[in-house]
Design a protein around this ligand. Structure first.
Ligand code: FBP
Length: 548
């Protein structure tokens, strides 16, 4: 494949490992852990992997050579910048432990393990992918690894290849499954360790012990560049309102981060909408009010950021989606009905209240709510055109306001959806370093002989050489949640905290940004140049950790 000039120059970049991982490492055990909630239930479900201690790695003055190890790796779920570097770091880590170690990649996600589709990742292959975006080295997929038959089928190929450790690179659901797999393999004495790595552009796999998921940094920088470009166009022509939906699934971290980077006129935060029990009409009125006030100043233009999960956070919609999830999980045949039959079936099975909300939605949006779930049972929010729904409703509201003499302007809306544009970008310096270190660190966890752990690096706003390396028992992040109509142990999803510094900072500024047009134009990610241009952490991490 022909390489771009940037790809060639970037291939030579050497990610900076934390000092603790830079030579030989020793393991320091912390205190035993417990899950964030529902401790008794989770302990009973994970008798072999619950309560393990946190681990820290430190530089070891004594040189050690470990045993050769054969490791399998899986990329699971949506792409996120830096996935290739996790694999490169893992490769270099297991080779550091012992030169005879080997790495196998399972193809197209967890399904590759079950279907025995794999490739050996040799130095020649790995070197082609250093510091590149994408997941194409082995591909990714959303097959859910959750059934015992799948675990047993996977074990056959692991045994055949003499693989004794499996690294699963994924989001909250995939790491949940990694913990279930670790418990099962431990329970049956399979002799296979399972290690997770925190991946997702959505930024919702983070907590007290995992400071960030990889990919968030690069993806939000790409979206912020695009938003900045749109804002400059918008400010030049002064004739459009841009409704920009941003990926992120349920959580609004991406929208919030992009707002902090670009200072749009409006940004909706789903978690706030829910906390204030707002209706869809409340959100529409809020936007329309700002549009009208700007129009009164002669400014018929602006930008609105919308998190893709918004619809799920509007309480009436949330109840509706919750009931639809249960109904569709129990009646999969509904998916095969024609749109008209499906609508009729849905309306006759919903409660009266939910049926009236469903019936009030534009038909296209209602249908989007009943489309196939992803394999984890989630509504595919990226398919719901919330940006169009909102702008249509805002236009309607503005016409009412015009009749009431409260609006006298022009409203012309354009729509954008940013998600796929950022998921495979070449990783920023932060993600290149973070991902490489996560992979390398996973190799050290394998060498430490543990299972059911997530690779962890902390102190992420410091230069990468000062990051703290270690491992976190995945069960520590668990609580019980309703999924597919049943209570299940899962990693608690991190939503935007309304009392957290990033949101507080945004809330303090938004009234000003709404009216004063204070756009910031971040420009493209820079890979070479001064640290203040190339190595800035996200605003989210900055406010969480440094703005004390
Ligand atoms: P992960 O949670 O697997 O990291 O995926 C995140 C995401 O990019 C979401 O932001 C988005 O809603 C979804 O994937 C889109 O899924 P798909 O790639 O299957 O279209």
């Amino acid at each position: 494949m022909k390489k771009s000039a940037l790809q060639i120059a970037r291939a030579a970049y050497q990610p900076k490992l934390p000092v603790d991982l830079s030579g030989f490492v020793k393991v320091v055990e912390g205190e035993p852990t417990q899950s964030v909630a529902d401790q008794e239930e989770i302990k009973a479900l994970f008798p072999n992997t619950y309560g393990l201690p946190e681990l820290r790695f430190e530089k070891n003055p004594v040189q050690t050579v470990g045993k050769p190890v054969n490791v399998g790796v899986i990329l699971s779920g949506g792409q996120a910048p830096g996935g290739h570097n996790v694999i490169c770091g893992l490769f270099d880590g297991i080779k550091k432990i012992n030169k005879s170690s080997r790495l196998y990649g399972f193809l197209m996600g967890p399904g590759g393990l079950v279907d025995h589709k794999y490739v050996e990742l040799t130095a020649e292959v790995i070197d082609e992918y250093r510091n590149t975006g994408g997941f194409d080295i082995i591909g990714s997929g959303r097959t859910k690894l959750e059934k015992q038959e799948q675990f047993d089928k996977g074990l056959e190929i692991l045994k055949k290849l003499d693989i004794t450790a499996l690294v699963i690179i994924g989001g909250d659901d995939s790491n949940t499954n990694a913990a279930v797999l670790a418990e099962y393999y431990k329970q049956i004495g399979a002799g296979v360790q399972v290690i997770g790595c925190p991946k997702t552009i959505d930024g919702d796999l983070k907590n007290e012990v995992i400071e960030a998921s990889f990919g968030f940094d690069t993806a939000t920088k790409v979206y912020s560049e695009l938003i900045g470009n749109i804002q400059r166009d918008c400010f030049s022509a002064k004739k459009y309102w841009h409704f920009i939906k941003l990926m992120g699934r349920s959580a609004s971290h991406i929208a919030l981060e992009c707002a902090l980077q670009t200072q749009p006129n409006i940004c909706i935060i789903s978690e706030e909408v829910e906390a204030e029990n707002q209706t869809l009409q409340d959100v529409v009125n809020y936007i329309a009010d700002i549009v009208a006030r700007r129009a009164a100043n002669g400014e018929n233009f602006g930008t609105v950021l919308i998190p893709e999960g918004l619809i799920e956070f509007i309480p009436a919609m949330k109840n509706l989606i919750g009931q639809l999830n249960d109904l569709l999980a129990k009646n999969p045949e509904v998916a095969t009905l024609s749109p008209a039959e499906q609508r009729e079936w849905v309306l006759s099975h919903l409660t009266e209240k939910n049926a009236s909300v469903y019936a009030s939605l534009p038909e296209g949006v209602a249908r989007q709510l009943t489309l196939d779930r992803d394999p984890h049972g989630n509504v595919q929010v990226s398919l719901i055109e919330t940006e169009k729904l909102l702008s249509e409703m805002v236009a309607r509201r503005l016409e009412e306001m015009r009749k009431e003499g409260k609006y006298n302007g022009k409203f012309s809306a354009l729509h954008h959806f940013f998600g796929y544009e950022g998921r495979c970008a070449a990783p920023s310096n932060f993600d290149a370093d973070y991902c490489y270190a996560l992979g390398y660190n996973a190799a050290m966890l394998i060498n430490a002989g543990v299972t059911g752990y997530m690779s962890s690096l902390r102190n992420l706003t410091a230069p990468s050489v000062q990051w703290l390396a270690g491992g976190i028992p995945i069960t520590m992040m668990f609580n019980m949640e309703r999924r597919h109509g049943e209570m299940k142990p899962v990693i608690q999803k991190a939503l935007v905290k309304l009392d957290g510094k990033p949101f507080q900072r945004f809330a303090a500024k938004r009234a000003d940004w709404a009216m004063s047009t204070s756009y910031v134009f971040p420009g493209p990610i820079q890979y070479f140049g001064p640290a203040e241009v190339c190595d800035q952490p996200t605003r989210t991490l900055y406010y969480e950790q440094l703005d004390k």
